[in-house]
Write a new protein. Structure first.
Length: 355
């Protein structure tokens, strides 16, 4: 079996071997060398001079944590364009925050102007944006959004890059992103269970002024511990070994080459979609580079296609997220996929469609 769903994605043997290394004490010198040793490469990838924190949780832990750390008595604007970003509004409300939803139709991007219209009303502490909405295959224009955020310096920008991190450049410091977070099992092609994040000085000042941060996701705890190359609680050490191995891969390939590889594999999928007279769920210019959400305009039996490629080739694809089930299907080119491996997937799909 091979995973071509947009998360979790296929994990390489090398990454798994690193994951399975013998454990060490999380307060030991060996652990500090491990975490300290990857810090500067993490900062390079995050395009930040701020420390990068490791949370033993899935991305949602930090997504909830960011709201709890940065939103006080003010409002939070949750930008919604698909299943994950819609959920963030619900999560903010469950944290007891005064949460406002900026909803666009699933498949459409979030635009800077829409954020400006809301923030103009005043009283906001933070905005949440999912850079690459995985359920709909739509990528919102971060630079445009960051530009608008500069008009509202009192508001923090929280960005989820779970399925776009290391796929396209995301210049955290240059864009003025206050929290940039990602998870292990999508763009980074590691086993699920680790989240990575960094926070600006403004975000850390805000956090320090806010009560009700809790403990497990308290950014101030992460910061204190990181100064000694440690995490607040016992982390999944196995994940950090896997991360060290993945960083080796990323820097051996080169970050720009990695971006170019994703662009090339994504373009292969796009060609395939066009060749088959299928359509894209997201509009031109706002399509994800790490997965493709294909609109089923031809009335294909998506369930049969999903079952077919699984049976014939052991390839697992996704038949549409939630309310998009059957109306779309999603093909991932995240992680370690190459033009050759994506080509194999597309040939398998061809065989199933003509069978
Ligand atoms: C998968 C995903 C999440 C949630 O990740 P978990 O690891 O399940 O917490 C959040 N945001 C995006 C964009 C995702 O693709």
């Amino acid at each position: 079996m091979k995973l071509f769903i947009p998360g979790p994605v296929q994990v390489s043997e090398k990454t798994f071997a690193a994951f399975c290394k013998p454990l060490i004490g999380h307060r030991s010198g060996d652990f500090k060398s491990l975490y300290g040793g990857i810090q500067s490469r993490l900062q390079t990838l995050f395009e930040t001079t701020q420390p990068v924190f490791l949370s033993t949780s899935s991305a949602w832990g930090v997504m909830e944590g960011a709201v709890r750390n940065l939103v006080g008595s003010g409002k939070v604007l949750n930008c919604m364009c698909g299943a994950f970003s819609d959920k963030w509004l619900d999560v903010s409300k469950r944290c007891g925050k005064d949460a406002v939803g900026l909803q666009v139709e699933w498949g459409q991007p979030i635009r800077g102007e829409q954020i400006r219209e809301h923030l103009k009303q005043g009283g906001f502490d933070a905005v949440t944006v999912i850079h690459n909405e995985t359920s709909a295959g739509v990528m919102s224009p971060l630079a445009e959004i960051a530009e608008v955020m500069r008009e509202f310096p009192e508001v923090c920008l929280i960005v989820d890059s779970v399925s776009s991190f290391s796929v396209v450049p995301i210049a955290m410091d240059a864009l003025g992103i206050d929290v940039l977070l990602t998870g292990s099992q999508k763009a980074l092609a590691m086993p699920p269970g680790l989240a990575l994040f960094s926070a600006s000085e403004k975000a850390m000042r805000r956090a320090a002024s806010i009560s009700g941060r809790g403990y497990y996701f308290d950014f101030i705890e992460f910061q204190k511990n990181q100064l000694e190359d440690m995490t607040p609680s016992t982390p999944s050490i196995s994940h950090i070994y896997a991360l060290e191995s993945k960083l080796e891969d990323i820097f051996a390939e080169g970050i720009e080459a990695r971006h170019a590889r994703h662009a090339a594999t994504n373009a292969l999928v796009h060609d395939w979609v066009r060749r088959h007279g299928l359509e894209f769920f997201a509009p031109e210019g706002y399509r994800s580079k790490s997965l493709t959400c294909v609109s089923n305009n031809r009335g294909i039996d998506v369930a049969a296609l999903v079952a077919g490629v699984k049976r014939s080739h052991g390839f697992i694809i996704d038949g549409g997220y939630g309310k998009l089930k059957g109306k779309t299907f999603r093909l991932s080119n995240m992680g370690d996929e190459t033009e050759a491996s994506v080509g194999e997937l597309l040939s398998a799909l061809d065989a199933c469609l003509t069978a």
